[in-house]
Write a protein that binds this ligand. Structure first.
Ligand SMILES: Cc1cc2nc3c(=O)[nH]c(=O)nc-3n(C[C@H](O)[C@H](O)[C@H](O)COP(=O)(O)O)c2cc1C
Length: 215
């Protein structure tokens, strides 16, 4: 087998109806909501899964999937461990890119901008809404740290199950939300013969505008 050859032959001709300016909402959050609703209705798994790109102190990028858990005009919210690799990156360099890869719909959305921590109240409100197992899991996982074995994790899980057996589970102070405040939002939709549509929103004087980019 020649894997490179097989990859070379993998090709899809995209062909949605073109994305034209007249269809676009002037507010990209509303436009995102429209596409998100369509992604949800399409039945694709986890439409709220997004890639999160961050950089470390040396400018080395890293990328992983997180789940969108909140959205309003302030931005895109996800939850994580603040001492994880991404947590450290965002504390040192509070700026990120998000990507929703809705490949089955021949669409992607990229968001860039500065990042802020959610308030304690917002993080706690979400933490308290999570199932018990997930709340225990937040205590168990020293996310991104090296551990000796899977058994180590199971033992820690037991330990925290015992610790919280007869009490409520508070939100650990090392766990909470981040909000990506959008500065740019780009909507990409596949077109015939690689003539894709790319519409990028930006802000001027606190007002959203959009431009078309070459594919
Ligand atoms: C579908 C999916 C959803 C995920 N959602 C989250 C999430 O919401 N928060 C999170 O911290 N990690 C989530 N993860 C795990 C991350 O991708 C990653 O492995 C972990 O957060 C550690 O990343 P880091 O070492 O860069 O900090 C998810 C992974 C997948 C595949």
């Amino acid at each position: 087998m020649n894997p490179a050859k097989d990859l070379k032959d993998l090709r899809v001709d995209y062909g949605r109806d073109p994305l034209v300016e007249a269809q676009l909402d002037p507010d990209p959050i509303m436009q995102f909501q429209r596409w998100f609703d369509e992604a949800s209705a399409s039945g694709i798994p986890e439409p709220n899964a997004m890639s999160l790109a961050t950089v470390d102190e040396q400018g080395q990028p890293a990328c992983r999937t997180v789940l969108l858990k909140g959205l309003d005009e302030r931005g895109f919210v996800f939850f994580t461990n603040y001492t994880s690799r991404k947590g450290k990156h965002l504390t040192e360099h509070p700026s990120a890119a998000l990507l929703f890869p809705w490949i089955a719909l021949q669409r992607q959305v990229e968001i860039t901008g500065p990042v802020e921590k959610l308030s304690e109240e917002e993080s706690t409100a979400y933490f308290d809404s999570r199932p018990r197992g997930s709340r225990i899991g937040a205590w168990v996982s020293n996310q991104s740290a090296e551990i000796p074995s899977r058994q180590y994790l199971l033992d820690r899980n037991e330990e925290f199950e015992r610790r919280f057996a007869s009490s409520s589970i508070p939100r650990p102070d090392f766990w909470g939300g981040f909000r990506v405040i959008p500065e740019t939002i780009e909507f990409w939709q596949g077109g015939h013969d690689r003539l894709h549509d790319r519409i990028r929103y930006g802000k001027k004087n606190r007002t959203w505008f959009h431009v078309r980019l070459s594919p």
